[in-house]
Design a protein around this ligand. Sequence first.
Ligand code: 3PG
Length: 394
Amino acid sequence: MKKSIRDFELKGKKVIIRVDFNVPMENGIITDDNRIRESLETIEYAVDHGAKVILLSHLGRIKTEEDKKGHSLKPIADRLQGLITSKVIFVPETRGALVEEKINELKSGEILLLENTRFEDVVDLKESNDDTELGVYWASLGEIFINDAFGTAHRTHASNVGIARNLPSGIGFLIEKELKAFEPLLENPEHPFTIILGGAKVKDKIGVISNLVEKADQILIGGGMAYTFLKATGIEVGSSLVDDSSLDFCKKILEEYDQKIILPIDSVNADEISSNTIPNECFISDIKQGEMGLDIGHNTVKLFGQYLRDSKTILWNGPVGVFEYDNFSSGTEGICQILNDVDANIIIGGGDTVAAVKKLGYEKAMSFLSTGGGAALELLEGKTLPGIAAIDDL
Ligand code: 3PG
């Protein structure tokens, strides 16, 4: 069990909180501030307990000076200030005299946000390579380290693991909630336990399937990855996306778990992905040459519904169709509608699935929406997340 923010006396202390403010932005405008909102509980707790709060986050992937453009955390500091009553001070640097001066001036209950930690990647990928000197330096700015960046917990970076090595550390409420949602699925799920997997590539989900196939009662496969499974059974899938390198895995897992892996029985197809295309729905064996499958059909939604309605635990990772286009979103919407009526613990893992559920307006139907894409996947694969492993044990 890891220490948490509750285990520290925060009053008057400089508390570094690693948050994941890697939010989607278009032309400098934040398009979804969910990750900022989900960080508020920990930040407010620290403020209410008299801490001098120092926030660190990355945004995007930075390799060159040019990449820095459009990746400042300034708009995020402004959004945070709009969501919280305490004063938010933004320092447009990641280290140096200005950072140190502003931290020295910081009063209890105030919040300071440093510039994008990945600006340090421009020289020798210092942040992303967990540069020792950088971790020691950032740690020297505070007295306690709280990691609440679940979305980044699968990375071994200076701003999470590097600081944790050099300060007393704990996890924040967001990481605590994520672990509380995922751990029962990995350890002792209430049955029937059904997993819905979608998304483009089988190879991205091999780890999850391998880790959870024994624990789950069924795995329902949709999305682009379904066509690789279907091809593995000998079905002609036209020009649908097929991940040839995963065909052997699909054959093997289907042979071993033929009662557990449930594949689509019909498909919504088109010859191009465009909002103007009128799709053609057909049984899975009737996909025409030149057509690609872009969504599950309504009979598949019904079939999946039979499993979902009886389930007590449901994990959904990966949309079952190209939901970004209305003409290929009916399968994903159909699944949302079923989940809306199911009395189960429903965990949504993965960035795209959360985006789909939100776009279609079914957030409230779900028990938990993860803030982590890659981190959630690695947790489901049974991997240890280094950002959490680095935190002090209780
Ligand atoms: C995410 O959005 O998945 C996290 O913030 C991690 O970002 P990264 O994949 O660029 O490390």
